[in-house]
Structure formats: C-alpha cells, structure tokens
Design a protein around this ligand. Structure first.
Ligand code: SAH
Length: 273
C-alpha cells in the first residue's frame, strides 16, 4: 500500500487520494466539467508539447491526454507524483518531479515550443508568470487558473485601479483574455477566494523595440509608487532635466499602456546605465 493510501484523518479527504498540503497551495479541483473547460482553453495548434504545472491528482491531465499533444507534467509533491505514476501510467517518463520555478525546462524541451497550462498553486502565481515571460521564446500559449484577482489583473487595461506590473509586462508580449470565474465550492479544500481562468496568446511579433531589461526595470520602478508621476517615481534614473520635461513624465504609471511604456523606455535608454 502506498503512502497516500495509509493515514488520513483530515476532514474532506477521501481514501486513496492525496492529502491536500497547504504550503504547496493544494486545492484540488473536484468538478470534471470545469477541468475539461480549462483543458480546452488551449488551441493545441502550432506546437506539439504541453506542460502542465502542478497536476496533483490529474483532474486536468486526464483531459489534456485526450488531445493530440505530447503532455508533460511537473509536480513538486512526492505523494501526487506517486498517485500519477499509479493512475496515469501512460505519462511514463513525462512526469517530472521538480519545482517549476527552479527547474531548467530546456532539459525537457531543448529548443522546442511548448504550451503551459495548470490549475496553478496560487502561492506562487506571480513567479509562474515571470518565469513564463523569461521563457516566452518557447511558450506560444499559456492558460489556466489563478486566483480571480490575479487573472483579472493580468488582463486589465490601463486606467483601472488593478492595472499593474503584470498587466504591462504580459501584454507587451501576449494577448491576454479573461475567460471565466470559478467558485470555491468546486475545490477540495475550497480556497477562500474565487478563481479565474485566462489565456495568453503570444503575439506574432513579440519582440519589443526597446531594451527589454530596462523596460522591465522601468515598469517595476514606476508601479512601486503608483500614485506618483513618472517624474517622481523614476528619479533614481537620474535623467537630464530636458528629458524629464517631456509630458509623458507628468503622468502616472496606471495611465500608460504597454506601448507607451516601450516609448518611455526608448526615451530613457540613451541615459540609462
Ligand atoms: N491541478 C490539480 C492540483 C492543483 S493544486 C487540480 O486541479 O486538482 C496546485 C498543485 O501544484 C499541487 O498539486 C501542488 O503540489 C503543485 N505545486 C505547488 N508548487 C509547485 C511547484 N513549485 N512546482 C510544481 N508543482 C507545484
């Protein structure tokens, strides 16, 4: 008898299933219709590989395996990995027991393209998005479930209160679509918040016209003091006065779309070290 089948005294746990561990952000989806809907948010075209982050007991994996794609899963939890090995034998060596944030995915995919999907662990959702941005050359499509607020923020346009760093950085490279909201009642254990499903589709031309590292730095610095004008929040860049007189510096970060942040970066670029 394997470990997950033995002891379990927690309420809401069923015999033979993985015990939900809070520190791993484990909230298992119990509604197969929702799982199927999430799996179908990917287009499964233009790439052969799909990587699911945090499959847990495979509720989403089951529907991904029905698609014409090579499915890989990456799961940090030993107990879930054992469960997957026993219940999804067809995955074979495509189950990677690794921390998504730390693992070098080129060991799996080399230079090939792969789509990313998941009902993500909410405690590391922002870091997941940043890692996807780092690997965007290989990731044409990304979809899945976050806590609703995070999913909405990513898709938000300028001018809104929740528009922020993630919105700008993601939208510079991807089209972001918010799909649907999922209530806590379809999880075990239920999270405290609503969840939201989104999809990111990489733009055909996803190279930006300015220095990318500087663009990231400017966006992050500007939103650290989101109520201030750019003239104030970007003081640390020590720009010459004639540059800082440009009207764009009189605006606040939440008023700028990603293209305006690119234009801003181009203005700052000659003076940045
Ligand atoms: N997809 C499953 C489980 C969602 S819970 C379902 O919908 O039911 C989130 C899952 O992510 C858990 O299985 C958890 O173990 C896993 N996880 C948490 N941190 C991770 C990390 N850093 N790398 C890979 N998987 C992780």
């Amino acid at each position: 008898m394997s470990k997950y089948k033995r002891k379990n005294k927690k309420p809401g746990h069923r015999e033979g299933e993985v015990r939900a561990k809070k520190h791993l952000g484990q909230h298992f989806l119990t509604d197969e219709n929702v799982a199927e809907k999430i799996a179908k948010t990917l287009s499964f075209s233009g790439y052969n590989n799909v990587l699911e982050i945090g499959p847990g007991m495979g509720v989403l994996t089951k529907f991904l395996l029905k698609q014409d794609a090579e499915v890989h899963v990456i799961e940090i939890d030993t107990e879930s990995v054992t469960y997957l090995q026993e219940n999804y034998a067809e995955l074979q060596e495509r189950i990677h027991q690794q921390d998504f944030l730390k693992y070098n995915l080129q060991e799996v995919f080399k230079e090939e393209a792969f789509a990313v999907i998941g009902n993500f662990p909410y405690n590391i959702s922002t870091q997941i998005v940043f890692k996807v941005l780092e690997m965007k050359e290989q990731i044409p499509e990304f979809s899945g479930m976050f806590q609703k607020e995070v999913a909405q923020r990513i898709c938000e346009k300028q001018g809104s209160k929740t528009y922020g760093i993630l919105s700008v950085l993601v939208q510079a490279f991807y089209y972001a679509e918010y799909f649907f909201t999922v209530p806590p009642s379809v999880f075990n254990p239920p999270p405290k918040v609503d969840s939201g499903v989104l999809r990111l589709t990489r733009k055909e031309d996803f190279s930006i016209a300015c220095d990318e590292k500087l663009f990231f730095r400017i966006v992050k610095t500007a939103f650290q003091q989101r109520r201030k004008t750019l003239r104030n929040s970007l003081k640390t860049f020590n720009l010459p006065d004639n540059i800082r007189e440009d009207t764009i510096f009189g605006r606040r970060p939440e008023q700028l779309g990603f293209q305006e942040f690119i234009n801003l970066t181009l203005k700052i670029q000659p003076y940045a070290i």
